[in-house]
Design a binder for this molecule. Structure first.
Ligand SMILES: [Zn+2]
Ligand SMILES: [Zn+2]
Length: 201
């Protein structure tokens, strides 16, 4: 796999979700992938970061929590649609997907899907596979930061909820927290590279 793969095949785009709790290492995985992927692999950014950095309000209260999650899913849908409509796309790697919001949603899953005018099946069907990187345990070097204020325990709790949110996906792989972060990174990269069509490797 290289930046100039020389491939001119007409690909059928596939979406893969990279998810997991805070501090799981998604960013590092995507940075390495970005350095090696050819132009047929599109990496979609994490939408929550775009919204928070762009000034979307962050306050307490149910109406705003619901609005935030709806906004995130709607932007995810539009980014995914653009990625699929690009004629050269073979693989779309999404930094989180539309089921992640269930982990933050202040209501039942049924209310989540109703409010978004979609269904669980429809959202699951968007993605060919899901790779879940578990949040690092405290003993494996988890640390809080300004953009990741959660404690190790809070991070694990969100991680657990995200695991639950994607539990019905038929092709999900969970990469557990382990002391050697590079091994975890490598496992994720092996899985992601396996999703790239042979013509582009
Ligand atoms: Zn390619
Ligand atoms: Zn190709």
């Amino acid at each position: 796999m290289s930046a100039s793969c020389g491939c001119d095949v007409n690909h059928t785009p596939r979406l893969v979700v990279l998810t997991g709790g805070p501090g799981a290492g998604k960013t590092a995985v995507l940075e390495v992938l970005a350095q090696h992927a050819c132009r047929h692999v599109l990496l979609l950014p994490e939408v929550a970061s775009i919204l928070w950095k762009g000034g979307f309000p962050r306050k307490d209260g149910l109406p705003l929590r619901r609005a935030s999650q709806r906004a995130i899913v709607r932007v995810q849908h539009e980014l995914q649609r653009y990625a699929i409509e690009e004629p050269t796309t073979a693989l779309v790697v999404c930094d989180r997907g539309s089921l992640d919001g269930l982990a933050y949603w202040p209501g039942t899953p049924a209310e989540y899907f109703d409010d978004l005018d979609t269904t669980e099946d429809r959202e699951l069907a968007r993605y060919a596979s899901v790779i879940h990187l578990q949040s690092a345990a405290r003993e494996h070097g988890y640390f809080s930061t300004a953009v990741r204020p959660e404690s190790a325990e809070q991070a694990r709790e969100i991680d657990r909820k995200i695991l639950e949110a994607w539990s019905h996906h038929p092709h999900r792989t969970v990469i557990e927290s382990e002391p050697d972060f590079l091994r975890k990174l490598d496992k994720a990269l092996v899985l992601l590279r396996a999703q790239i069509p042979a013509c582009c490797r």
